[in-house]
Design a binder for this molecule. Structure first.
Ligand SMILES: C[S@@+](CC[C@H](N)C(=O)[O-])C[C@H]1O[C@@H](n2cnc3c(N)ncnc32)[C@H](O)[C@@H]1O
Length: 275
């Protein structure tokens, strides 16, 4: 992340969710705020996709939609079982906190201060009200700690909580990812982490992926970390997680779209539960 500038990749994934509302049938993920939060004009740009293989662009869009659906389903199931706190880490233009219908469920959006400030402007411009259940927590994962940021925001360290970490770990260094996992593993037993990650092969596996890697690096957000499934499982278990459900991107998409989307996919999503 470049100092003083909001995340450009946050806008790119929000545009993908917005375009998904219009372009894809069946829709994997429904979000009434997806288009307003990017603004109608932003829908047309999609800078990161220009000139890339249209199949890859579509797969990526469906994956971004599917990971949000997976997160929504996890949050809904946890709330049904009594969870009353949700933390959206590296929230970008994510809107789950604005779609929350439970007045007793608290949401915390943690993000880089520059991105968070920009989001607050975007919300105001779009006329999306900030619900009283939401607290903004500005934290740079590389220079400050979740412990300090969330404590200052009134987060309850003893409550069972869902943590969402979508489209973020690839942009962080391994030490700050490890600190984040340890922090979450110290939350109440039964707390859940949902996180996606890139496989190490991602950059070299296709020209289009390599081109995308170059584009995110060019806007100051290079991919810094990738993992094998075994590495993620091992690191999560040694951090203090018990159950680790790892789902490759291909499996995730076939869960929602029944095997209709094929082609190289170089990421996975994990749902891990604190022991
Ligand atoms: C690709 S966006 C994903 C946003 C959101 N989770 C989503 O799925 O729409 C990456 C997010 O990670 C955040 N991020 C990247 N580096 C960060 C850092 N060092 N500290 C805090 N947030 C960071 C960015 O501000 C941005 O919101």
């Amino acid at each position: 992340m470049e100092i003083g500038r909001p995340s450009r990749t946050a806008m790119a994934v929000a545009q993908a969710r917005a375009y998904h509302q219009l372009a894809d049938e069946p829709r994997v993920f429904t979000d009434p705020f997806a288009i307003p939060i990017v603004g109608e004009s932003a829908l047309e740009k999609g800078d990161f996709d220009l000139g890339l293989d249209p199949d890859l662009v579509r797969r990526r869009r469906l994956l971004i939609a599917a990971r949000s659906r997976f997160a929504d389903d996890t949050v809904a199931a946890a709330i049904a079982k009594g969870t009353r706190q949700v933390v959206v880490l590296g929230a970008g233009l994510d809107t789950c906190a604005y779609r929350n219908t439970h007045p007793d469920v608290r949401f915390f959006e943690v993000d880089h201060p520059d991105t968070q400030q920009w989001k607050r402007h975007r919300l105001a411009e779009a006329g999306i009200a900030v619900p009283p259940t939401l607290t903004f927590v500005p934290v740079d994962f590389e220079t400050s700690t979740l412990t300090e940021g969330l404590a200052a925001a009134g987060f309850d360290r003893t409550c069972v909580t869902v943590f969402l970490l979508l489209g973020v770990v690839m942009y962080l260094t391994r030490p700050s990812i490890a600190d984040t996992w340890l922090y979450i593993a110290g939350q109440g037993s039964g707390s859940v982490l949902v996180m996606d990650y890139l496989y190490p092969v991602a950059r070299a596996s296709s020209q289009s992926m390599d081109e995308r890697a170059k584009r995110v690096a060019a806007v100051g957000e290079p991919w810094l970390s990738s993992f094998t499934a075994d590495e993620v499982r091992g690191a999560l278990v040694s951090s203090g997680f018990a159950e680790v459900e790892d789902c490759s991107a291909a499996v995730l998409l076939s869960r929602y779209l029944g095997g209709t989307v094929t082609g190289p996919m170089n990421s996975a999503i994990v749902r891990a539960t604190v022991a």
